[in-house]
Design a protein around this ligand. Structure first.
Ligand code: PEP
Ligand code: MG
Length: 758
């Protein structure tokens, strides 16, 4: 069967190759194509319909009345041809008239024909036309004939695109409801609204050549690509750092199963036998698989289909040599990026002026890619199922993450409503912006310190825009993440100096590099002893920095030089035991002494702090606090360790609440200890940027927050409407009880006390 299909297809393709090579007008080529197919398949009728201005127009026919050419037109979904295009599906009928969608067109003279088979002509996963055959005998076409038609349809799509014969947008979109608007839901990772066109982080390859010049050469290209792909998958499997969160093991097992599936490579080989190029053969097999999968209504299988799509795309990218991400190709204006998941460094490669939003199939609130997006001011919707099935490259999208909502190919009415809401939200943002000159003081007179988290040079503008009190967390590793090689000391010094200059009198707290976990650097060998099973609990942050003290010394020198004549605030991430803080501080002090000995200017004061992210540290605060100038609680890591729940795992993203008694009691204990020791304490995790959570923190007695810049306005508004002393009492009572759902109780309290929770 497969061989027979290949033989028919090969014969047609050989003849089509000649047709395509001739210098003929496109119309003449299409006329020759229908003749050739009709002859080889011994079919009385062969017709090509192409999508022009949203309707399917009969472009060439052998067997139907020539008067119908360019006259017969069908809307998408109308008649058999319209149904094939709308659903991107094949029809094979022995009695065409019996099909419910059949629409009789007298000008064609088709009443003489009983059997009908049609296949979609697909470009970028969408139907741009239909290739149909008809016969006077009431018989179904054989599987081999259908296969041959589908292969020919691929070649036709190349011819049609080159001749610019169809709507450039390829308007007949893919399943299930082609051009129609649709809607998807997700989980808000970064709040915001955005309108833009869909861009795939890993773009699908557009196939330029479908007919092979040399079949053996194509076969070798595919063999080599398979080898390379298998090597990549094996490497991923041996590196636990694959992706950033997600069900790694399960995905990798499926990838390997497909990568080594003999059936898959055999089918690609057969498609090459029929005369297709390597790229066209991979796509041809993928089209067939998509069709089969669509017929099976099983969510589990649909998930597997994603994996296979990923892999087929990877194979196509290897074989075609088009390896880059959309970042390397340059973004169009107003783009919304779509990915299964991505790392923070990958996101940072995009032009932030053009990137308007991100949609992830996975994702979680405190994964670093989310934090980076938040810092970039880019809204992110995570955990959107089936995005790659619902959206095609270039589709118009409207993203409203506050509503956890995504409109795909929106109707004009939806666009209008969206624009109205966007204008309103901009107005609200403007009203927050007006708060920039107002101090965050509670109704009963308590001053709260509201600072911003930053990490990129571009973030510095946020200080003036928000009127924040300073930078409470400067993530120095971001400079390392965006760089292809380890940043030189001088480059580090320049950045730190620019940050301090931009801040002026406002304090800046630099955190020493927190590399490792989901912030792996490609140029740094993270684990010299082998792969890490749990990189978040592995050799990262201060652990790595103390062991590789060359890196830490260079950074210390850069910071001290940059801070000359000023007060420098330094904090160390992931301190797990007090001696680690001692060592880190000693390293800095040695660098200061070294610089002083050489007559260099140094800061007037260096204040040292620790981040509390590892729960064990809370048990030794009596030893640690006397050593500190300040303590900053990193609730992102702290809560992942308290709950033993990976902060990047999409399934755990909603499972535990920051407003649970366990977290709040823990934080209260730490805050009380700091107050007793007179050590300033603040929170710099994402928790502090959410109005209700920030309110709870203030209720625990924590009055220093360092948050994402976009949250400053809403947090100031909340603080300025708050009765702090009454809240402290309420929180204390709630924590004592422990049985009351705290989120609900605090929401009700806020509403009763007119607290502004935007
Ligand atoms: C934290 O863990 O809360 C924190 C602020 O650090 P990061 O998110 O960079 O790990
Ligand atoms: Mg952390």
């Amino acid at each position: 069967m497969a061989q027979a299909a290949a033989a028919s297809a090969r014969e047609i393709l050989t003849r089509l190759h000649e047709v395509m090579a001739r210098r003929l007008p496109a119309q003449s080529k299409l006329n020759s194509v229908v003749q050739t197919i009709g002859e080889v398949l011994n079919s009385e009728v062969c017709s090509i319909y192409l999508l022009r201005e949203g309707v399917l127009e009969l472009y060439a026919t052998r067997g139907l009345s020539q008067d119908a050419v360019h006259v017969t037109k069908l809307a998408l979904g109308e008649g058999l041809v319209g149904t094939i295009a709308a659903n991107v599906e094949t029809l094979n009928l022995d009695e065409a008239e019996m099909h419910p969608a059949f629409a009789y067109r007298p000008e064609t003279g088709e009443e003489a024909f009983h059997s009908f088979a049609g296949v979609p002509i697909i470009r970028r996963e969408r139907a741009v036309g239909v290739l149909a055959v008809q016969h006077s005998d009431p018989r179904r076409y054989a599987e081999v004939e259908i296969e041959a038609l589908q292969t020919v349809a691929m070649v036709l799509s190349e011819l049609i695109a080159n001749a610019d014969l169809v709507d450039s947008t390829g308007a007949a979109s893919s399943r299930p409801q082609p051009t129609s608007a649709s809607h998807a839901r997700g989980f808000k990772l970064v709040e915001g609204m955005a309108a833009g066109v869909a861009v795939f982080h890993q773009p699908r390859i557009t196939i330029e050549h479908t007919v092979a010049e040399d079949t053996e050469a194509e076969r070798h290209r595919v063999y080599a690509a398979f080898d390379k792909m298998r090597e990549q998958i094996d490497r991923m499997a041996s590196q636990a750092e694959f992706g950033v969160g997600g069900e790694h093991d399960e995905i990798l097992a499926t990838y390997r199963m497909f990568a080594y599936d003999e059936g898959w490579s055999r089918r690609i080989n057969e498609a090459i036998d029929s005369g297709l190029t390597a790229e066209a053969a991979i796509e041809r097999v993928q089209q067939r698989t998509r069709q089969r999968m669509r017929e099976i209504d099983d969510p589990l299988l649909r998930d597997r289909m994603h994996d296979l799509e990923d892999l087929a795309n990877r194979l196509l990218r290897i074989v075609s040599g088009q390896l880059g991400t959309a970042a390397q190709m340059g973004l169009r204006q107003d783009s919304i990026l779509i990915a299964r998941n991505m790392g923070p460094a990958e996101l940072l490669e995009y032009d932030r002026r053009r990137l308007k939003g991100v949609i992830l199939e996975e994702g979680s609130l405190t994964a670093h890619v989310t934090i980076v997006a938040r810092a970039m001011g880019v809204p992110v919707l995570g955990r959107v199922r089936d995005v790659r099935r619902l959206i095609a490259e270039g589709d118009m999208l409207l993203l409203d993450t506050a509503e956890e909502s995504l409109f795909i190919r929106p109707t004009p009415a939806t666009e209008e409503a969206f624009s109205a809401k966007l204008a309103l939200s901009q107005k609200r943002r403007a009203s927050f912006a007006r708060l920039k000159g107002e101090a965050p003081v509670t109704v009963d007179g308590h001053r709260v310190t509201v600072m911003v988290n930053a990490g990129l040079r571009d973030d510095l503008a946020a200080l003036d825009l928000t009127g924040a009190d300073g930078i409470g967390l400067f993530r120095t590793e971001f400079q390392f993440l965006v760089s292809a090689t380890l940043p030189q000391r001088e480059a580090q010094r320049r950045l730190y100096k620019d940050v301090l200059d931009a801040a002026g009198d406002r304090p800046v707290t630099f955190r020493t590099v927190d590399i490792g976990g989901d912030k792996a650097l490609p140029y740094l060998n993270h684990d010299e002893d082998g792969d890490e099973e749990n990189p978040a609990m592995g050799w990262r942050a201060l652990r790595l920095a103390l062991d590789r003290d060359g890196l830490m010394k260079a950074q210390a020198r850069a910071l001290i030089e940059a801070g000359a004549g000023k007060t420098l605030n330094i904090m160390f991430p992931m301190v797990s035991e007090p001696w680690e803080f001692d060592e880190a501080r000693a390293l800095f002090e040695a660098q200061r002494a070294w610089l002083v000995a050489r007559g260099k200017k140094v800061p007037v004061d260096i204040r040292y702090g620790a981040m509390l992210e590892v729960p064990a540290l809370a048990e030794v605060l009596d030893i640690l606090l006397p050593k500190l100038d300040f303590l900053s609680i990193g609730t992102n890591d702290l809560t992942q360790f308290l709950f033993a729940a990976d902060r990047a795992h999409p399934r755990l993203a909603l499972r535990y609440d920051w407003l649970s008694p366990s977290i709040l009691r823990f934080l209260k204990r730490v805050a009380d200890a700091c107050h007793a020791a007179e050590v300033p304490v603040g929170v710099c995790g994402e928790m502090g940027g959410r109005p209700l959570e920030a309110m709870a923190l203030i209720g625990l007695g924590i009055d220093r927050l360092s948050i994402t810049p976009a949250a400053v306005g809403p947090i100031k508004a909340m603080v300025r409407s708050l009765q702090r002393d009454a809240l402290v009492e309420t929180v204390e009572a709630l924590l004592k009880d422990g049985n009351v759902p705290i989120r609900e109780a605090l929401t009700a309290w806020a509403s009763e006390h007119s607290v502004e929770l935007s």
